[in-house]
Ligand binder design. Sequence first.
Ligand SMILES: CCCCCC/C=C/CC(=O)SCCNC(=O)CCNC(=O)[C@H](O)C(C)(C)COP(=O)(O)OP(=O)(O)OC[C@H]1O[C@@H](n2cnc3c(N)ncnc32)[C@H](O)[C@@H]1OP(=O)(O)O
Length: 287
Amino acid sequence: MANVLRNSAKFGFSGVLSQLSIHSRHGRECVSPCFSLQQRNNSTSPKIKVDLDSSTGVAVLRMQSPPVNSLSLDFLTEFCINLEKLEMDRSCRGLIITSTLSKVFSAGLDIMEMYGKSPERCGEFWKAVQEMWLKLYGSNMATIAAINGSSPAGGCLMSIGCDYRIMVDNPRYSIGLNETQLGIVAPFWFKDTLVNTVGNRAAELSLELGLLYSAPDALKIGLVDQLVPEDQVLSTAQDTMSKWLAIPDHARQIDQCVYIIYNTSPLPLDHARQMDQCVISVCIYYI
Ligand SMILES: CCCCCC/C=C/CC(=O)SCCNC(=O)CCNC(=O)[C@H](O)C(C)(C)COP(=O)(O)OP(=O)(O)OC[C@H]1O[C@@H](n2cnc3c(N)ncnc32)[C@H](O)[C@@H]1OP(=O)(O)O
C-alpha cells in the first residue's frame, strides 16, 4: 500500500486501482515461494521482537527498547525493516503492535535525536520518521495497536497509524499529541492523521493545547476504540484481528486507499516529503 500511495502521485486514482489489481487473492503482493519461505522466520532484533503465527496469518510486533521505547534512528530503522519483511510475506495478513515494557507503549521520538545533531543527521532521522509512518499507515496488513502503557507524541502517531486501537483501561496511562506543551509543533501529517481519527474540532483543541488524554478520556473522544483490562489487551487484539481478517483483504485495502487519498495531505508525494524534511531539519537544528 505504501507503494500504491507513492505511485498515486504518478498514476492518479485509476492507476492506484490498477496497481491494486495485481495483488494476489488476499490482496497481498505476490512474491516467489522461495523468498516467502525465507521471510517466514520469526525475527528478534535488539529493540523489536516479531512473532508470526502462520496458521492465523497474524504477527505480533513487540517493542522492547527500555526504558521507554523511544523512537531513535536505530529503533525506526529496525521497525521499518521488520514491517517490510512482514509486508513481503504472503502468509502475514494482520499485525498487532504492542510493548514489552510495563507502563509505556512508546514515549515518541527520541529527544536525544533532536538535540545538537548535524543537519545531515537530523535529515536522516526525520526521513526515518516519515518512512515509519508511510509504511505503517499505508500497510496492506490489517494493523492493531495494543496500547499497554502511555503513548505520547510519536507514540500516539504510531497508534493512530494503525487501523484500530485497543488501550489498557488505566487512567494513569496517557495518549495524545502533546508537542505544543514541549514548545514544538506537530507536522501537518500528524495533524491529518489525528483529524481522521477524532474529527476536526477535537483535533484542533488537542493539538493547540498539546493535550494528553487518560485512557478513559481517549475513549470518549475516539482517540482509541476500546478499553480492556491489562491482562486482556493482547487476547482482545487477537480476537478483534480475526474480525478484520474475515473481510477480504482487497476490499479493506481499496476502502482504506480511497479514504487515504481523500482525507490526507500529500506526504507520499516526493515534493511534500522534501518540504516537510526541510522545515523539520531546520527547526531541529535551531532547538
Ligand atoms: C522542532 C521541530 C521538531 C518537530 C518534531 C515534532 C514531533 C515530535 C514528536 C515527538 O514524539 S517528541 C517526543 C515527545 N515525547 C514526550 O513528550 C514523552 C516524554 N516522556 C514521558 O512523558 C515519560 O517518560 C513517559 C513516556 C510517560 C514514561 O514515564 P516514566 O515515569 O515511566 O519514565 P521517566 O522517568 O519519565 O523516563 C525514563 C527515562 O526515559 C527517558 N525518556 C523519556 N522520554 C524520552 C524520549 N521521548 N526520548 C528519549 N528519552 C526519553 C527519561 O529521560 C528517563 O531517562 P533517565 O536517564 O532514566 O533519566
